[in-house]
Design a protein around this ligand. Sequence first.
Ligand SMILES: [Zn+2]
Length: 263
Amino acid sequence: MHASTQNADACWSPPHVTDEIFWRSSFVNELGGVKHAFAPLGCNMSKTSGSDTDSTIPRRVKACAAIGSSIERLVCAKQAHEQNIAVVGAKDGRRVLEGVDGFATDDPGVTLMAFTADCPTVMVFDPTQKVLGLVHSGWKGSCLNVVAALIATMTETLGANMSAAWATIGPCAGGCCYEIKQDVAEQVEASTVDASTVLRHATNESKFYLNLPMMIAAQLQQWGIAPKQIGLPSQCTICDTRFYSYRRQGPNAGQAALLARIA
Ligand SMILES: [Zn+2]
């Protein structure tokens, strides 16, 4: 297993007690204000991917309970690898939004859930205005800068202040393993991020490794979030078999999820 970034905080940890399931970020717990949980391999959160989808609802109930919430408050989406952000509240409990990749809220009565199997999930929180955002940002979303769309909604619609905010990226494909082809590399080069800091050549000259967490961290910094306020994952879901991985297991293996709510 390799660290996915050079300056990674070892911020995600497995449960310390054997009958617990969910991973948590010590970075988030230290900063406070948000309850969160990340479902690892064996805790499929998807109703459409995996051989155990008939028991997904009980697992979602357990995940909500792990952060002191209930499934009646849970909102999720059919993620589309685009840049649509929904402002949600308690009234959206149990809804599945179409074509949405991120949520913003100032309502402690709603619990946000983003699905992933390799794609980064990104949590952003302003503790002064108590505004929370959660977004799914794979390579397509990262090249579209979906994090910018999330932050624009948080600031313009909900009054969040990014100079006070922190952000954390969930366990995802790391720069050690996340291989891309020339066409994707060109989109990274066309983005707002300095591609030389997030791309490296693979042995095969026509391929590259993309460091998505570093790309997203750069985008977060462009919105004024201080580097020390950004938590990066030290795990890579492709080479760390404790996580679901689209690249390692294929599309029907199941999906992890990051759940978060304002405490
Ligand atoms: Zn790896």
